[in-house]
Design a binder for this molecule. Structure first.
Ligand SMILES: [Zn+2]
Ligand SMILES: [Zn+2]
Ligand SMILES: [Zn+2]
Ligand SMILES: [Zn+2]
Length: 377
């Protein structure tokens, strides 16, 4: 057994019927089952601590996240209709902005820029409006040392400046360190909730404690009012037995191949995943990263020879070779990854048009992809 796991401690002694909160040096805080769970059964549900627009989303109503048509009758923020004026979601920033002597609701602003900062502002305002939520926010993992050494830190400093200039948050009331730590916590913990026209983010204090696995034993559903449910995945091969089976979820898109997941997790979550799927060149037999051999054109099992990074490597600086399992030719990883990126790009461009008229173009795209990628794709 791993030494660090031997040092695990129970943080939440009063276990619920389904899970218990644990901690160890290797995983930090994590959840384990306290009883046998049936496939398809809900393991936990959680309310969001806070929601807000995702950065770079279309401009959204701050009350209901629908497209904007008019402006808030009180503070002037663009919203869906006047009926969202005064709704609870928008109340914190609406009240704060109107408390400023120099805030003029009729002045037009760069609302997209303000909207990109809104989630951070909502969190930082907890300090004044909701001490319980503020405390729960600060208890979440910030991964501060790694975060401050990453490119995310520079972006966070720019956002801090916009918040000072546009929202008028003063350093006396809201020190720079607090605005930065809130952004670190959001970068590590916030869930992206994709909708048809827009992206919203939500923070869950309990659901975010489930550890990452690229073959997770739960699947998540986010329903009305952004409540999240984690269910035991029907198709997971291993039972969740008590005591002590870990409850896992995925922090990235489960359909990405290993090199893409590794790159994302290292860049945004600061860890190298060493789950069973990441250690398997065939991704547990799914061949999700496999492409048609560019040499013999026979094999669809051209797989990464060494899929995992070591601690000091970065996907930007090292290329992992692929090899064909039929003719044994070795290919540089960047060539194989380029094939994926082109297919992904073509598909995402088509994805912008969800009308039935786009179906023939989708079919052409799929036939083209079929000649290059693994059949599982
Ligand atoms: Zn609305
Ligand atoms: Zn308002
Ligand atoms: Zn993994
Ligand atoms: Zn070959």
């Amino acid at each position: 057994m791993d030494n660090s796991l031997e040092q695990e401690t129970i943080l939440n002694g009063s276990s619920t019927s389904n899970y218990r909160l644990m901690q160890c040096p290797q995983l930090g805080r994590y959840l384990v089952a306290t009883r046998d769970i049936k496939r398809g059964e809900a393991i936990l549900k959680d309310q969001p601590l806070v929601t807000g627009p995702q950065k770079a989303s279309n401009l959204l109503c701050p009350g209901c996240y629908q497209p904007t048509e008019t402006n808030c009758l009180l503070c002037g923020w663009p919203m869906c209709s006047s009926s969202c004026t005064g709704v609870k979601n928008h109340e914190p920033e609406c009240t704060f902005l109107r408390s400023r002597n120099d805030w003029n609701p009729s002045v037009d602003r760069d609302w997209n820029q303000l909207s990109d900062c809104l989630m951070v502002v909502r969190c930082i305002l907890f300090k004044k409006t909701d001490q319980r939520k503020w405390k729960r926010m600060l208890e979440m993992e910030a991964n501060w040392d790694k975060w401050t050494g990453s490119p995310l830190f520079a972006t966070a400093n720019e956002i801090e400046q916009i918040i000072r200039n546009e929202f008028g948050l003063t350093p006396t009331e809201f020190p720079k360190s607090e605005i930065l730590v809130v952004q670190a916590i959001l970068d590590i913990n916030a869930y992206e909730v994709r909708m048809c026209d827009s992206n919203v983010q939500a923070v869950y204090t309990l659901a975010s404690l489930a550890e990452h696995n690229c073959n997770p034993n739960t699947h998540k559903t986010i329903c009305s009012m952004y409540r999240i449910f984690l269910f035991f995945n029907h198709f997971h091969p291993i039972d969740i037995h008590s005591p002590g089976a870990h409850i896992s979820t995925t922090y990235c898109d489960i359909l990405w191949p290993t090199w893409h997941r590794q790159k994302y997790l290292q860049w945004s979550k600061f860890f190298i995943c060493k789950c069973e799927r990441c250690l398997s060149p065939t991704e547990l037999g799914s061949h999700l990263a496999a492409i048609v051999c560019m040499d013999c054109s026979k094999s669809r099992e051209t797989v990464p020879a060494v899929p995992l990074l070591s601690e000091n490597e970065s996907w930007e600086t090292i290329a992992k070779n692929y090899h064909c399992t039929t003719c044994n030719t070795i290919f540089p990883a960047y060539e194989c990854q380029l094939t994926f990126k082109k297919a992904e790009h073509e598909l995402s461009e088509l994805d912008k048009d969800v009308s039935t008229e786009s179906i023939p173009a989708f079919e052409v795209c799929l036939i083209k992809a079929k000649s290059k990628l693994s059949i599982q794709n």
